[in-house]
Design a protein around this ligand. Sequence first.
Ligand SMILES: Nc1ncnc2c1ncn2[C@@H]1O[C@H](COP(=O)(O)OP(=O)(O)OP(=O)(O)O)[C@@H](O)[C@H]1O
Length: 308
Amino acid sequence: MENQQARPLVVENISKSLGGKKIIKDLSFSVEAGKIYGFLGPNGSGKTTTIRMIVSLIGLDAGDVKIGGHSIRTEREQALSQIGAIVENPDLYEYMSGRKNLIHFARMTNKKVTTERIDEVIKMVELDHAIDKKVKTYSLGMKQRLGIALSILHEPSVLILDEPTNGLDPKGIRELRSYLKDLAHNSGVAILVSSHLLSEIELMCDRAIVIKEGQVINELAVNDKEQGEEQEVAAVFEVNQLEKAEALLLQYGTVRKEENRIILENTTVEQVPSIVSALVKQEIDIYHVSYKKSLEDTYHLLTEKEVI
Ligand SMILES: Nc1ncnc2c1ncn2[C@@H]1O[C@H](COP(=O)(O)OP(=O)(O)OP(=O)(O)O)[C@@H](O)[C@H]1O
């Protein structure tokens, strides 16, 4: 069994009150190396507040955050040296070139950043062609990429991005997605990306942590096939004999009835053919079977309850 305490980012029972209201409530999760985690929740659920706590922009009322095993409370400097983040818009100097921005930030980090490393990150975010131009001439997507280059200069083991696709066009979003995947899957960086958009998380992430009102309500695999986990889905059956079908489906897991449909939660696509033949054996007519990804289902259940 993997020791979760050894993961590059471990958030342990953190809480925070702001303006007299408890915003984050005993929240815990951890992020594995080499994977992109989506931090998904409706507007106001506490994503930004959590991220601000992780990167030490605001203090913790309770709990701790460990980065590379170092506590943000008691070993702040070591902890922060292993983290890269874009929380608000990156502070770029518009009248300097991209390269000068990188050199400037390289001087400010505690780690020694070589000229080779600067060239390496420029290549990684594909800004070679524009790196000697002034930042004020950059598109938003290019600025975002420069922001990422700045945040990974010191080779952090954890990268945190708060709503990184805000304001990017579809091409910019696609590019960002591919840099982040490369960074996680080929360089082993643990990445946490917050978003209130389900579709974005599905396209970009290996796993998703879903939060609501300052608490984690679910964590699940999105595209994480490596661990041999089969993709979880909810299967939606449209049948003629609802009660009879419900009784049968209950043998396979949690069941929800919705008008003329029965939804079997947390099953896998692989399991459905045998369920269909069991239904047919009971002489139940099946009009339609469809799937919902568990993440979509979880998220819709959550947002249907009017927390957005
Ligand atoms: N300084 C503050 N004082 C009081 N309340 C605050 C403060 N900052 C945030 N909040 C409240 O905390 C809650 C969580 O806000 P937060 O920005 O963390 O949510 P979020 O999930 O990031 O949402 P969004 O997607 O809208 O950014 C909201 O209800 C917000 O109004």
